[in-house]
Design a protein around this ligand. Structure first.
Ligand code: CTP
Length: 397
């Protein structure tokens, strides 16, 4: 059955942004119910929202069609999430004080499901200690806030108060709805390529996009874990709620990870770490004088191998293997040599697998089994990997 999200829209110029959000959530298959404050209807019309959700939009508390049903109490009973987007200073104040003077505030008070508030207002209204105190009061009751972002506001001021972008709102909705299976777990993930300098303008890298590692970080955060992502250079948006450590080369990545090895329950090395670095990085730009150019390389430290030497037996360590031949055999060798619990192996030449795409085709190897998976999105695969790690951990106990 599809999950039910109640969306409350309040009187903010950002109300128009809720239209796109609602449309996208409907396309994703959620059951959406919408409540608008009276002032929200001055910015967007209920008719517009109604035509997207194909249901009545609620504004007036006393507009109950069936006298046997008290809508503001009934509608929230089976809700999976109540989200107020955008939330004005006025509505936040009412919610903090438990006021129930319209359909939205009454339903919010009656709801027992997880609640999410995305504020949008003038920077001074947002930063006013009264608003901040109201936000704090709501946070103390378990309400989660999606912080507004800084930018040019509709009133002409510049500052914190713009509604968070839709990607962040969707990420937070996923977070709120995901089962919290990894609460209390600390997870360290590496992602992306590394860059090894040749001279001040050139470097050597690989085709890794970082998508798999970022999907893992997102999935781990959604499942309630405390996540650190050590990321090589990528063009991806940083996942919300994750502690990010940016690195450039394999040596930086090695140092950032090794000093943290003992602080994490799970470690996942999904980065495509460069195996070699240029021996003598030129201090000046190399000029094209000769017809050929020879570069000398030295081997980088193998981070996963070093983790394997230092790890405790209670930790769960997962490596990746990217191969172009003898996938299982090579992955099995890496599993043993690097002292991991699990290797996620993929064949670079298989359609739908590999670096740049949003899907992967993998085999997951543990010391006693090999499981082959059909093509799936990197996001779904991230959850599969984390579930397997949890199972392995439980088997150790
Ligand atoms: N890895 C690492 N440090 C390196 C190289 C690789 O930690 N210097 C990790 C990767 O993050 C991955 C695993 O080791 O989890 C396997 O990486 P892969 O590139 O498939 O294999 P290599 O060990 O580098 O061996 P080869 O290149 O010979 O296949």
């Amino acid at each position: 059955m599809s999950k039910k999200i109640i969306i409350g829209i309040t009187g903010s110029i950002a109300a128009f942004k809720s239209i796109q959000l609602i449309s996208d959530l409907v396309k994703q298959g959620y059951q959406i119910e919408v409540m608008m404050s009276e002032s929200a209807t001055r910015f967007v019309t209920p008719v517009c929202i109604q035509s997207l959700i194909k249901r009545k939009v609620y504004v007036d508390t006393f507009d109950d069609e069936n006298p046997a049903i008290i809508t503001h109490v009934d509608i929230v009973k089976d809700a999976d999430l109540f989200m107020v987007v955008p939330a004005s200073a006025h509505t936040i104040a009412k919610l903090a004080y438990g006021m129930a003077d319209n359909m939205l505030t009454s339903a919010f008070l009656a709801a027992t499901c997880p609640k999410l508030i995305a504020p949008a207002m003038n920077v001074h209204m947002y930063e006013n200690p009264i608003t901040q105190k109201n936000i704090q009061t709501l946070k103390e009751t378990g309400v989660v806030f999606v912080e507004p972002i800084s930018g040019l506001l509709a009133c002409g001021d510049t500052g914190n108060g713009k509604l968070a972008d839709e990607e962040t709102l969707l990420e937070m909705i996923d977070y709120m709805l995901a089962p919290k299976t990894l609460i209390g777990k600390k997870i360290l993930i590496s992602a992306g390529p590394t860059q090894e300098s040749i001279d001040p303008v050139r470097y050597i890298t690989n085709h890794s996009s970082g998508k798999m590692g970022y999907a893992l970080a997102k999935a781990a955060f959604q499942s309630g874990a405390q996540v650190t992502l050590v990321s090589g250079p990528t063009h991806l948006k940083k996942p919300h709620g994750v502690n990010i450590i940016d690195v450039i080369n394999a040596n930086d990545m090695y140092h950032q990870i090794i000093q943290r090895v003992h602080d994490y329950h799970y470690i996942i090395m999904s980065a495509a770490v460069g195996d070699y670095a240029v021996q003598n990085i030129a201090e000046e730009k190399i000029k094209k004088k000769e017809d050929t150019l020879l570069l000398e390389f030295h081997k980088n430290k193998d981070i996963l191998l070093e983790i394997g030497k230092r790890r405790s037996s209670a930790q769960v360590i997962c490596g990746f293997a990217m191969e172009t031949s003898n996938l299982i055999e090579n992955a099995q060798t890496k599993l043993k040599k690097k002292n991991c619990d699990m290797i996620v192996a993929n064949h670079l030449k298989v359609e739908g697998a590999g670096f740049q795409g949003d899907t992967n085709v993998v085999s997951i190897l543990t010391t006693d089994a090999v499981q082959n998976y059909d093509i799936m999105s990197k996001q779904d695969l991230a959850h599969v990997i984390l579930n397997q790690m949890k199972e392995l951990e439980e088997r150790k106990c």
